[in-house]
Design a protein around this ligand. Sequence first.
Ligand code: PLP
Length: 384
Amino acid sequence: MIWNELENGLTDLEREGLKRVRRTLEAPCGPLARVDGRDLISFCSNDYLGLANDPKLIEAACAGAKKWGVGSGASHLVSGHLSPHEELEEELAAFTGFPRALLFSTGYMANLGIIVALVGRGDAVFADKLNHASLIDAVQLSRADHQRYPHGDLDALERLLAASKAKRKLILTDAVFSMDGDLAPLPELLQLAERFDAWLVIDDAHGFGVLGEHGCGSLSHFDIPANPRILYMGTLGKAAGAAGAFVAASDTVVEWLLQRARTYIFTTGSSPVISCALLASLTLIREGDERRRQLRRLTLRLQNGLSGTRWQLMRSPTAIQPVIIGDNHETLQVALALFDRGLWVPAIRPPTVPKGTARLRVSLSAAHREAHVQLLVDALRELA
Ligand SMILES: *Cc1c(COP(=O)(O)O)cnc(C)c1O
């Protein structure tokens, strides 16, 4: 019977150490979490600058709700595009240095919308093998030829581009890889895009707010100015502390997306309250050098603390600091042992990461104190 198949499938997940557990938080997002009445130090969230529960964002959201209400009432192209949405798009364009930006409800939707609007049958997408799931799904939905190159392998990418007879070519990459924390070689990718007349689509979910001057993101980190063949996607639910995403690009590209991106057109506009909170968040990001310095101090403390142990960090320059353990069950055991000690670190297993590379994904936030990180270091050293 059809439901037996699902029950067997769930049993298989359990046996392979792949069954996920969802925990309910009984306190707002922050370095101190409350779960089942227990207080934990959390290293799970992508709230890298500690803005998700910042008083200025809360104030802006409350004021926004009073002025604009909660719902936008329709899709953006019907009547759901309100002044706060418009103002946020203008600020995002100015902040990232592109002529124009378009706001999406989530990063997942932005990726689906962009790729499907840009390429289709007969075109080819050249994608890093470690790209985020939403980028993989986007290419499949577009029906373009999906050519995946080994992680960061520019020679392999060049060979694929040179051999391609596709009408339209698009290079697609995470700027900061979400499970490894390393950076894509953006200057070299841009050179290849220019040589082979390809689009370059960059997903900066983990770089926006964290890297670059004033937290402008990965392009700024590499000193790459706006360029008509670049589409820069940033998400607003991570360092920016709220929800949503945007694409910054040339006027023509943004107008095309506004006309054609189905995940933009066929969905209700996000709440204006979110845009009001995000306008406050952008100010804090711009003025957030001290938060970014704190993040670097914490990263160094973790990296130095774990040096010489069996478990090495991946030398990531970002807030994502994975500890590779390898085996699914062992990773889960270590995560549980940490949980018993009041330290909450997510165990990331396949299919999110390649088989045999199960890991603890430690993510740091400017809201952590050095003492929080030291507790994690001490516990990991003891368990190793
Ligand atoms: C989180 C993430 C997304 C999805 O963004 P949401 O706003 O959470 O939907 C897309 N790409 C990458 C690399 C991400 O890490």
